[in-house]
Design a protein around this ligand. Structure first.
Ligand SMILES: Nc1ncnc2c1ncn2[C@@H]1O[C@H](COP(=O)(O)OP(=O)(O)O)[C@@H](O)[C@H]1O
Ligand SMILES: [Mg+2]
Length: 446
């Protein structure tokens, strides 16, 4: 509308300007004739111009000082604005026309020194008609634009709402329990499809998590039931018999062992949950892997000695990563525990800390190892590969290691030691921060 209005105003102004220039030029010519030939000369030129005006667009009137007609195309001096000088919009009747119709005219009146007055004008009927045409074109265009805009907006919002409806219907169905439902894609690759794709991926992930949670719950229930049943039947048998204090003590000790196993399973589950929640990421602190490995190896030395296993540590200097020290220590302890537990007596276990570019913890043994196809599975919760289950454990050790690795953005690699197992926990390179020691080493020349 603003554009059309601008075009209209500019067109009207241009037309008026044109008419004004024509009139001024015309009047100028006539006044020059008056200056040269006096009133008779002017009369002659006015009559000449009146006669030679094929499209009858020019209007002239010359009257004497008493207002009597001398020459021109108009019968009488207009009664309307009788002022002289400026341009006027008048309604005039052309003497030459049969119909004697009133024409819109733009005119200028000039008073001559003799007292005679001259009126020079241009018919602006055509221009007014063009302006009228422009006005109706603008009105029509605006109307059409509004109509199309409304229709387009309506159609677009209907379409948008329709697609949102679809998402709403699907989410309502999912909330009602149909977890397997997915939002249909139109395949256009637009933002709605992208949204649907993301929502579907999210649903997929939620479903997976729910499934794994269900599995974990089942496993927890199953794994806790066994020791609890054992405790219960042991107590039941003990209650039925007259026990000597030594026998009673044995029952209590066995019960305590089972309770300890239950507690350690719960602790492991809590640690895994804590690591998987990942909320502690921002609480990460610099952890020296060398010191960590030293502590863990020290902790497991008695156990290794008991099983005649050579436990070696290969770590030097300072290898720092950002992490949770307790969880990292727990993960390394689980790996060392496994290595010592599953390596036959007389075997060797080594713990290695690798520095740059990627800091890593490596635990290797020369036991039976894990066949490649089972390595992924060994990381799952409650999975134990030895069918006899004679060695103590709950199948949560490697799950915790995997969860801790994920929390620290580290890669967990299980590989072959020929024979034996190598577990590598590879951390991302730490962004280089100036260490205080390095700062001190610089020459103090400031
Ligand atoms: N160093 C190893 N050598 C051989 N097998 C291993 C080793 N570490 C782990 N495994 C296998 O992976 C399984 C899962 O380990 P883990 O999650 O620590 O459970 P757990 O030690 O309680 O059995 C173990 O039961 C064992 O069969
Ligand atoms: Mg273990």
């Amino acid at each position: 509308m603003a554009l059309l209005t601008f075009v209209y105003v500019a067109a009207v102004e241009y037309m008026e300007q044109q008419a004004r220039e024509t009139i001024d030029a015309d009047a100028q010519g006539l006044l020059e004739a008056h200056a040269l030939g006096g009133l008779p000369g002017l009369v002659e030129l006015v009559e000449l111009r009146s006669a030679h005006d094929p499209d009858r667009a020019s209007f002239y009137l010359l009257v004497d000082e008493a207002g009597r007609y001398l020459a021109g195309t108009i019968a009488a001096w207009p009664s309307e604005p009788p002022q002289l000088g400026d341009l006027y919009r008048l309604q005039l009747v052309d003497r030459r026309r049969q119909d004697r119709g009133v024409r819109p005219v733009l005119a200028r009146a000039v008073e001559l020194p003799s007292g005679a007055r001259l009126l020079v004008g241009r018919d602006i009927q055509d221009k007014l008609r063009t302006q009228q045409l422009l006005r109706s074109a603008i009105a029509g265009g605006t109307g059409l634009m509004l109509l199309l805009g409304l229709l387009g907006g309506f159609a677009l919002s209907r379409w948008t709402i329709g697609r949102l409806e679809q998402v709403n219907r699907t989410t309502a169905a999912i909330m009602a329990g149909h977890l397997e439902r997915r939002i249909a894609l139109l395949g256009g690759g637009d933002e709605f499809d992208e949204l649907a794709q993301n929502l579907n991926a999210m649903l997929e992930r939620i479903e997976q998590l729910l499934a794994s949670m269900r599995e974990v719950t089942d496993n927890v229930a199953h794994d806790l039931r066994t020791p609890l049943n054992r405790i219960r039947s042991r107590i039941e048998v003990a209650l039925l018999e007259e026990l000597s204090p030594a026998e009673a003590r044995e029952v209590l000790e066995a019960t305590m062992r089972d309770a300890d196993a239950l507690i350690s399973t719960f602790n492991a589950l809590l640690s895994i949950a804590r690591a998987e929640a990942g909320s502690e990421r921002r609480e990460h602190v610099p952890v020296d892997l060398v010191e960590l490995a030293r502590d863990v190896v020290e902790l497991y030395e008695p156990l290794a000695e008991e099983r005649s296993i050579a436990l070696a540590l290969d770590a030097a200097g300072l290898v720092e990563v950002d992490g949770n020290p307790q969880l990292l220590a727990q993960a390394l302890a689980n790996l060392v525990d496994n290595a010592i537990k599953y390596t036959p007596e007389g075997g060797a276990v080594s713990v290695r800390v690798i520095d740059a570019p990627e800091p890593a913890l490596v635990v290797a043994d020369n036991g039976p190892g894990i066949p490649p196809e089972l390595r992924e599975k060994a990381l799952e919760r409650f999975v134990r590969l030895q069918p006899d289950r004679s060695t103590p454990g709950n199948g949560l050790g490697l799950s915790l290691v995997a969860a801790v690795a994920k929390l620290h953005g580290a890669r967990l690699e299980l590989s072959d030691n020929r024979p034996g197992l190598v577990v590598t926990l590879r951390f991302a390179p730490r962004e280089t921060r100036p260490r205080p020691a390095a700062l001190q080493a610089q020459p103090a020349t400031v």
